[in-house]
Design a protein around this ligand. Structure first.
Ligand SMILES: Cc1ncc(COP(=O)(O)O)c(C=O)c1O
Length: 352
């Protein structure tokens, strides 16, 4: 099947670009002796997760239990990290079940989480690994190294949980002192830290500047996005996750309308040199994708030469691949102009 035979809008993944990314990121982490633990929340696809494992990933990261269940059910079941506080009876029941099917580690940043995990797992006669999340990015995590070490000591003292170390997000080199101070406190108190887990695709190639890291969680690296294009970690060819769309109207001389709106692209906006953008149009790089309604994408094409015509088909690099993939049931996997396969976005919508 030729890519031109696909109806639009359609999520496509360019295999040459994606394989290039899988290989170059794995090679970097291998070279520096850091385990790559891909975050599957970007692609949510079993076939891609298996490709990552086959290239040497030490395990996977899943943001939610539901994503982990999908991956384990699909045979990506060696070693799973969930960097999220798992609380509440419903989730703890599922967590206990998952510990019997994979080596499972979860993050915690409170006594509440740690005690809940310990109670549920020890009652069931199982064990779960725990890493203490450190707040280096203003999201979740222990606010200071001292709080992190106190939480670790609690985890180390309770049944049903095995203290495995720390995690943080994102781990740019300026975050190293926080990690170092925390690990010093761990060592002073005899607390184990076999896992020191860093993360984020933009921070990947500086991971070696934090020698304490044992592993790294990168999610967006297989497919990239507009941010990665702008910081040049990915070329256009390496931005392998795209939305195929059609120009359906030219309402004015300066505007073109696409059949891909927020339900195809996601609502993510990138603040670029031309203002807010919802995607980079590969065939018309001068076009500015300045806004969308659910099913219409709005392009300012005033700077395009030649001009897009009604009926033109374009590939658009989304701003944020994770929610973009979440908008689609399946991706067409293409090599050159040939469609090689259709892969489901297996863990689409797994928000619990
Ligand atoms: C905890 C955690 N680890 C790793 C990642 C992967 O980072 P990126 O999306 O930059 O690849 C994310 C992304 O949000 C995350 O939340």
């Amino acid at each position: 099947m030729n890519v031109n035979d696909l109806d639009t809008p359609h999520l496509v993944v360019d295999l040459d670009g994606m394989e290039d990314n899988l290989n170059r990121y794995q090679a970097y982490f291998d070279e520096h002796g850091i385990g790559l633990r891909p975050h599957i929340k970007t692609h949510k696809c079993l076939a891609i997760a298996h490709m990552q494992m086959a290239r040497g990933a030490i395990g996977i990261t899943c943001q939610k239990l539901g994503e982990a269940e999908v991956m384990v059910n699909g045979g990506v079941d060696e070693d799973v990290l969930i960097p999220f506080n798992i609380i509440g009876e419903q989730k703890l029941r599922r967590l206990v079940a998952l510990t019997k099917r994979t080596k499972l580690t979860v993050a915690a940043d409170s006594e509440y989480t740690i005690r809940g995990l310990s109670e549920a797992t020890s009652k069931a006669g199982v064990e779960v690994g725990v890493v203490i999340e450190l707040d280096v990015g203003g999201r979740a995590g222990a606010e200071t190294p001292e709080i992190g070490a106190d939480l670790a000591a609690l985890a180390d003292s309770l049944p049903g949980v095995e203290l495995r170390g720390v995690m943080a997000m994102p781990t740019t080199p300026d975050k190293r002192p926080f990690l170092q101070k925390t690990l010093e406190l761990f060592d002073a108190r005899g607390l184990p830290h076999p896992i020191v887990s860093g993360g984020s695709t933009p921070a990947s190639f500086t991971a070696h500047e934090i020698p304490e890291l044992t592993e790294f969680r990168a999610g967006e690296y297989p497919v990239g996005g507009m941010k990665h294009l702008s910081i040049e970690t990915h070329s256009v060819a390496q931005c392998a996750g795209r939305v195929l769309a059609t120009v359906v109207s030219r309402p004015t001389a300066n505007r073109a309308l696409l059949d891909a709106g927020s339900k195809s692209m996601s609502a993510a906006i990138f603040d670029g040199p031309k203002g807010g953008s919802m995607g980079h149009v590969i065939e018309f790089p001068e076009a500015n994708f300045y806004g969308a309604s659910e099913e219409h994408g709005n392009l300012d094409v005033s700077e395009c030469d030649p001009q897009p015509q009604i009926g033109d088909r374009v590939q658009i690099i989304p701003v944020h691949p994770c929610p973009c993939f979440n908008e689609h049931d399946e991706m067409a996997v293409i090599r050159g102009d040939q469609v090689e396969a259709f892969w489901p976005v297996h863990a689409r919508g797994m928000i619990r």
